[in-house]
Design a protein around this ligand. Structure first.
Ligand SMILES: *Cc1c(COP(=O)(O)O)cnc(C)c1O
Length: 265
């Protein structure tokens, strides 16, 4: 969690101590924790430079604070698939950049294409990269594909942490869950648009979804790519892997099953 701070020359801090502070804060604000089993208290640590100067230099003063906000169910209108706009003219991150860091500066430049996507009836942007049109992320979510290989084996694939990808905690959790299930191969590997188109054409693509804290998982139903609306059969295939991830991670988050990932407050 300290990498983003280092990337923008904010001072080091003790992660364990921050966790203690968050525990104390949540205890203090306990009455704001929603009781409804689909709502939650969103916890967002934030770190900003506060040096009162116009110069471009590492800040001599900084403020680390934690925002809390009760949030309702993400899928209030039901667990529905989203449509993505894939426009190779725009990139979210690049080699040597800061796409792997959770920085405010990564979000502003994404808004214009996000709004263009909305205007074209898409809920999110599918961020592509490079001449191979690698699929990198879905809006502010990590991307997963569950498909059959040409040789018939089933596998779950998500792009590797190559500097272009935000190393989301949801992504890591889903990888660990799937490896524990041991029912299909789990790979961190580049996903090129050509392979995805081939899998769609061959009827081998079973499910595609985004993964992030807010929704846990979000099924993908369509991709608007080069003026073509591609149909992704996540729901038609029962979204089995997608919904299993949603169920198992929610069970852990709501304390319905014990897990070493749970943090006692
Ligand atoms: C926050 C974020 C994610 C998801 O990270 P989580 O830790 O799972 O919430 C993925 N991609 C981007 C670009 C993000 O900003």
């Amino acid at each position: 969690p300290q990498n983003p701070a280092r990337r923008v020359c904010l001072p080091e801090f003790d992660g364990q101590e921050l966790l203690e502070c968050i525990r104390a804060l949540v205890r203090l604000e306990g009455r704001w924790v929603p009781r409804d089993p689909q709502s939650s208290l969103y916890i967002r640590p934030t770190f900003i430079g506060t040096e009162p100067t116009l110069g471009v230099a590492p800040p001599g003063r900084a403020l680390l604070f934690v925002l809390l906000c009760p949030v309702g169910p993400y899928f209030s209108g039901g667990f529905g698939p989203i449509r993505l706009l894939a426009d190779p003219q725009h990139v979210r991150a690049w080699p040597g950049g800061a796409g792997h860091c959770k920085l405010g500066g990564n979000y502003g430049p994404c808004l214009e294409l996000q709004e263009a996507a909305r205007a074209r009836g898409c809920q999110q942007v599918l961020w592509l990269h490079g001449p191979e049109r690698l699929l990198t992320e879905v809006g502010t979510m990590n991307l997963f594909v569950f498909w059959e290989r040409p040789d018939g084996g089933q596998e779950l694939v998500t792009p590797p942490l190559d500097g272009l990808i935000l190393p989301g905690v949801t992504r890591q959790s889903l990888l660990e869950l799937a490896r524990k299930w041991g029912e299909f191969e789990v790979r961190e590997a580049p996903l090129a648009m050509g392979s995805v188109l081939g899998a769609l054409k061959g009827g081998r693509l079973r499910e595609m979804f985004g993964a992030g804290t807010a929704c846990v998982v979000c099924p993908v139903g369509e991709i608007l790519y080069q003026e073509q609306l591609l149909s992704v059969p996540t729901m038609e295939n029962g979204a089995k892997v997608t919904t299993r991830f949603l169920r198992e991670l929610s069970d852990i988050q709501y304390g319905r099953v014990p897990s070493p990932w749970a943090q006692p407050v």
